[in-house]
Design a protein around this ligand. Structure first.
Ligand code: GAR
Length: 218
């Protein structure tokens, strides 16, 4: 067993972000390994992905608990035992209470399929389409006690096209999610992130030369 720091990943569904994190870890692109995958759903495909890589899994069904705090307390108990240094929410579709957030201060990160603070909550791509924005994207952020309100670590931008459907836009965003999630984890373990109020300061960041994009490009 490697002596790399351990992360835990929480999923509810397909787990394609989990897969991107596992792949990045196996390729040595992030200096940690996935030591535990937790799902609140027994049929989450993310659990299958974890098992294929020999990663321990736990199912904690929210339906077995009388309230959100009780559910969160059980998650906290399991995560403390796992020794995870970072907890990554990757399509984990439960709102977490302060019981969870306060147990791991600045050690929980989440990915969201929109350019926060726009379009928080569920159906980020659909909200972006309905609003009519020309760009959308994805955000990795630290978890705070709000819904998708924590300090932003990395964002990735994609264009929104007139013939997009919710599915085509979500798929375009997902490609970028798979790039920015491992990036955020790498920056975390390299010790390059410092939270300063709402802002996350990143050490040694290059500027993007002549950054200008427009849509439509007419
Ligand atoms: C991803 O698009 C993720 O950003 C989103 O769920 C999907 C999970 O996909 N999360 C949210 O909407 C959270 N509010 P995955 O299971 O294939 O990683």
């Amino acid at each position: 067993m490697s002596d790399k720091p351990v992360i835990a990943v929480l999923v509810s569904g397909s787990g394609s972000n989990l897969q991107a994190i596992i792949d990045a870890s196996e390729r040595g692109e992030i200096p940690c390994r996935v030591g535990l995958v937790i799902s609140n759903k027994t049929d989450a495909y993310g659990l299958v992905r974890a098992k294929k890589h020999g990663i321990p899994t736990e199912v904690v069904s929210h339906k077995d608990f009388s309230g959100r705090e009780e559910f969160d307390a059980r998650l906290v108990e399991i995560l403390r035992k796992s020794g995870a240094e970072l907890i990554c929410l990757a399509g984990f579709m439960r709102v977490l209470t302060p019981v969870f957030v306060r147990a791991f201060p600045n050690r929980i990160i989440n990915i969201h399929p929109a350019l926060l603070p726009s379009f928080p909550g569920t159906h980020g791509p659909r909200q972006a389409l309905d609003y009519g924005v020309r760009f959308s994207g994805c955000t990795v952020h630290f978890l705070d006690e709000g819904v998708d309100t924590g300090p932003v670590i990395v964002q990735g931008v994609v264009p929104v096209y007139c013939d997009d459907t919710e599915d085509t836009l979500a798929a375009r965003i997902l490609v970028q999610e798979h790039r920015i999630y491992p990036m955020a984890i790498r920056l975390f373990f390299q010790g390059r992130l410092r939270i300063d109020g709402r802002r996350v300061m990143v050490d040694g960041l290059p500027r993007i030369p002549e950054f200008f994009h427009r849509n439509p490009d007419a």
